[in-house]
Ligand binder design. Structure first.
Ligand code: FAD
Length: 498
């Protein structure tokens, strides 16, 4: 619980960030980490709140509230406050396989439901989490844990994102031989080719992959299951299969002029940009280089923000981010009360950078895109839009209405479509013959078994595009189910059946 009166005496502090105008000159992480003293001081703010809502891990009003891996937050806050770092690390690793990822990039629903946040700014849980695990690596406490007994069972995990990695980690520790198949040239899923370096350094991802390899997990890269190796071969070679293939099927914007050169999906842009950074030999298509261009990002979410930060580093001439929804309020609305995730205005790292570089917040709200216009060579030159008004009908249902006379033409040579994802990509799911519903693999949460024997599914492929922390939750939970399915009983942890 930290110090009993800490929340009354100590103000919330977060980690320092490098200055936007400096950090935009490189691709290194923009956020720093706590000193021992700062982490201890902030840990002291964790109050004796009796029912710690920080780890409730549930959906409220359609958003995640509390920690989905049920991190034992008050316990490790108290241990950090007392300087008992190794014990804090042990408590953290009980529930979270990869705190070095969540400690850096989780949107921290735990802080939204922290009891201190009813009246005061929340405890800085996320920054403390990062400090504990970074210290664990620094001190050499994160040594390979080689399983001391083997079961003889073989498991194939398809996809090496956080869901696949968490499932593999748990099952490897249970003594099974785990092989991960990944179509990309590097493991990590969206941790590697999605979230940019400025948020999550790829060395941090690679360090974990190396540890998992040392612990006995086999990675087979550059191999698309269903194409380079058949589903049948996988099914006959393994005792169980887990589909962790993510939900990266693009959502498109089929407007007039969509085929123009310079209208691209955000994910292609982010992936190619990271590939180029990791391997200088790769040629980045001119179309995907923002240097000297007027860039428009369509979509107000995090993927869009990552595109902004990337385009700034590539030297974009101007950047605008267009969102369909109105600006969020500065404070929680009456309909968005604690412990629900606070739906409030914020300046993300990318928006802070854009504000410094271009002298204003580059976001435009309540905008509907109408058409793309190209020149005679098919190169994008303009995006046409109109302003919208959010209204409510007599049944309380919200809808958008165009405001006549608010049409606008934006110059643009690169437009990035970042309006979310349709769901899981189908070819691999068809190859295994599993049923889907609304573009997701049909498999109940808590069981994770698909409509095919021995074939399980977890992560975004099952729940739709979500968060790393949910992917870790599902990876852990599917491992519990697979172990029990293969062995008749399991000693792996679970919280899904609580
Ligand atoms: P993924 O990470 O998508 O991994 C799936 C893997 O399966 C991929 O590597 C893919 O190549 C592989 N694969 C697919 N088909 C095959 C096949 N047939 N054979 C072999 N391999 C295959 N969440 C956060 O919590 N914080 C953030 O800051 C954040 N930022 C994000 C930024 C972007 C740009 C995006 C797109 C998402 C972000 N998310 C963030 C969401 C988060 O990354 C995902 O929810 C999470 O990675 C899902 O994990 P997963 O393991 O289910 O799937």
């Amino acid at each position: 619980m930290g110090k009993a009166t800490g929340f009354m005496e100590i103000k919330r502090k977060t980690v320092s960030e490098r200055k936007p105008l400096e950090r935009m000159k490189d691709w290194k992480e923009y956020a720093g980490s706590f000193s021992d003293a700062s982490a201890k001081e902030q840990g002291a703010r964790c109050m004796d709140c009796s029912i710690p809502f920080c780890h409730i891990g549930m959906e409220i009003e359609g958003a995640t509230s509390g920690c989905p891996v049920y991190n034992l937050i008050p316990e490790w806050n108290d241990l950090v406050y007392k300087g008992r770092w190794k014990e804090a690390l042990d408590r953290l690793l009980k529930t979270n396989n990869f705190p070095e990822f969540t400690g850096r990039v989780c949107p921290a629903p735990c802080e939204g439901s922290c009891t201190v946040a009813i009246h005061d700014p929340a405890v800085t849980i996320k920054n403390i989490e990062q400090k504990i695990i970074d210290k664990g690596f620094e001190k050499g406490w994160m040594e390979p844990r080689i399983p001391d007994r083997l079961t003889g069972k073989k498991i194939a995990v398809i996809g090496s994102g956080p869901a696949g990695l968490a499932a593999a980690d748990q099952l490897n520790q249970a003594g099974h031989k785990v092989t991960i198949y990944e179509r990309a040239d590097r493991a990590g899923g969206l941790l590697t080719y999605g979230i940019p370096n400025m948020k999550l350094d790829k060395g941090v991802v690679e360090r974990r992959i190396q540890l998992l390899r040392q612990e006995g997990i086999e990675f087979i890269l550059n191999t698309e299951v269903g194409k380079d190796i058949s589903a049948e071969e996988i099914k006959t070679s393994f005792d169980a299969v887990i589909l962790c293939t993510g939900a990266q099927k693009h959502r498109d914007l089929p407007l007039e002029g969509r085929e123009g050169k310079g209208v691209r999906f955000a994910m292609d842009y982010l992936t190619r940009s990271t590939e180029k950074l990791l391997d200088n030999q790769i040629h980045l298509e001119d179309e995907l280089n923002a240097e000297g261009k007027d860039v428009i990002v369509i979509g107000g979410g995090d993927t869009g923000a990552d595109c902004i930060a990337t385009a700034i580093r590539q030297g974009a001439k101007s950047i605008v981010q267009l969102g369909k929804h109105p600006q969020l309020p500065m404070k929680r609305a009456d309909t968005n009360q604690w412990p629900a995730y606070p739906q409030v205005f914020s300046l993300e790292y990318a928006h802070k950078e854009a504000k410094e570089k271009f002298g204003k917040d580059i976001r435009e709200y309540s905008i509907q895109t109408k058409k793309f216009v190209t020149d005679e060579k098919g190169n994008l030159k303009e995006l046409h839009t109109i302003q919208m008004e959010k209204k409510q009908d007599e049944n309380g249902v919200f809808y958008f209405e165009e405001i006549p006379g608010t049409e606008k033409i934006w110059p643009a040579q690169l437009v990035l479509i970042a309006i979310g994802f349709e769901g899981a990509e189908e070819p691999v799911l068809h190859a295994f013959g599993v049923k889907t519903m609304r573009n997701r693999v049909l498999a109940a949460y808590g069981k994770f078994l698909t409509t095919e024997d021995n074939v399980f599914a977890a992560g975004d492929a099952r729940r739709g595009q979500s968060l790393i922390v949910w992917a870790i939750n599902e990876g852990r939970e599917v491992a519990y189910q697979v172990d029990e399915y293969l062995m008749g009983s399991t000693s792996l942890p679970t919280v899904a059946n609580m």
